[in-house]
Design a binder for this molecule. Structure first.
Ligand SMILES: Nc1ncnc2c1ncn2[C@@H]1O[C@H](COP(=O)(O)OP(=O)(O)OP(=O)(O)O)[C@@H](O)[C@H]1O
Length: 247
């Protein structure tokens, strides 16, 4: 069972509202994209959902229980959180970081060697963090996050530093994880979000302005309004994927 509730969540900072009375329920496995312009509150929302930031009002719940009430070990087993920026305190080898991820919970195929192989990272196992490229770091962090197949995966702009092939590979892995886990990912690439996600949460200035399927989002004008653009929406010839361009 997996249910995530965001119940009347508000977050403020020095008189500014970062999140304004946000409510939604995510029930069951699936891929949810969080979209919105820079500064809309996407990362703040993800941190609240992860239980890393206490809201000023309202609460986030996993399976009906407010996140602060989850014991640390159960929390680590239940939720994999992939932050926008990550820097380990020590210069670990990639294999050590995978081992830390794999150690969060007992899972049949989560031995570090197996996870490295599953994510095509075996050749990088002995490479120190400081020697990894930005894209390699992102791939190591994704593998560490997904190592134990957590019920809830929260990913903040997971493909930001990846080339097009690895970005697609990452989204396919998240998509595949979302058949049994609830994946919530902050995304900036509208095309890819509409193609991979089952549901979209659209934020604007800390408010939730749309919560719907990609098709319903495209049918309305919320994207144009929020991004201040006239987006051209073209359905590809296979009638499956949308391509978005500037109108
Ligand atoms: N600790 C903080 N102190 C002050 N302002 C903050 C703090 N954290 C976030 N903010 C502000 O809150 C707003 C929302 O930030 P957040 O990082 O959640 O936005 P975002 O939608 O993820 O943006 P981006 O797409 O640029 O990553 C921004 O205006 C940001 O400057």
């Amino acid at each position: 069972m997996i249910a995530v509730d965001c119940a009347s969540v508000s977050v403020g900072r020095k008189g500014t509202s970062l999140l304004r009375d946000i409510s939604f329920r995510l029930n069951g496995a699936g891929f949810v994209g969080v979209l919105g312009p820079n500064g809309a509150g996407k990362s703040t929302l993800l941190r609240v959902l992860a239980g890393l930031r206490a809201p000023d009002a309202g609460e986030a719940r996993w399976n009906g229980l407010a996140t602060p009430r989850w014991p640390a070990r159960k929390r680590a087993a239940f939720c994999g959180y992939l932050p926008q920026q990550f820097a380990p305190a020590w210069d670990y080898e990639a294999g050590d970081i995978i081992a830390l991820g794999a150690g969060r919970a007992s899972a049949g195929d989560a031995s570090p060697g197996h996870v490295l192989a599953r994510f095509g990272l075996t050749a990088l196992a002995r490479r120190r963090w400081s020697m990894l490229s930005g894209g390699e770091r992102a791939r190591v962090m994704l593998a560490a996050t997904l190592a134990t197949s957590p019920a809830l995966v929260l990913a903040d702009e997971p493909g930001a530093s990846l080339d097009v092939r690895h970005k697609l590979d990452l989204l396919r892995r998240l998509r595949s994880a979302s058949t049994s886990s609830l994946v919530v990912a902050v995304m900036h690439d509208l095309d890819l979000a509409l193609r991979f996600c089952d549901r979209i949460l659209l934020l604007e200035e800390g408010a939730l302005v749309a919560d719907c399927s990609p098709d319903d989002l495209l049918a309305g004008d919320a994207l144009d309004r929020v991004f201040g653009l006239r987006l051209q929406k073209v359905r590809r010839h296979d009638d499956h994927d949308w391509v978005i361009g500037l109108g």
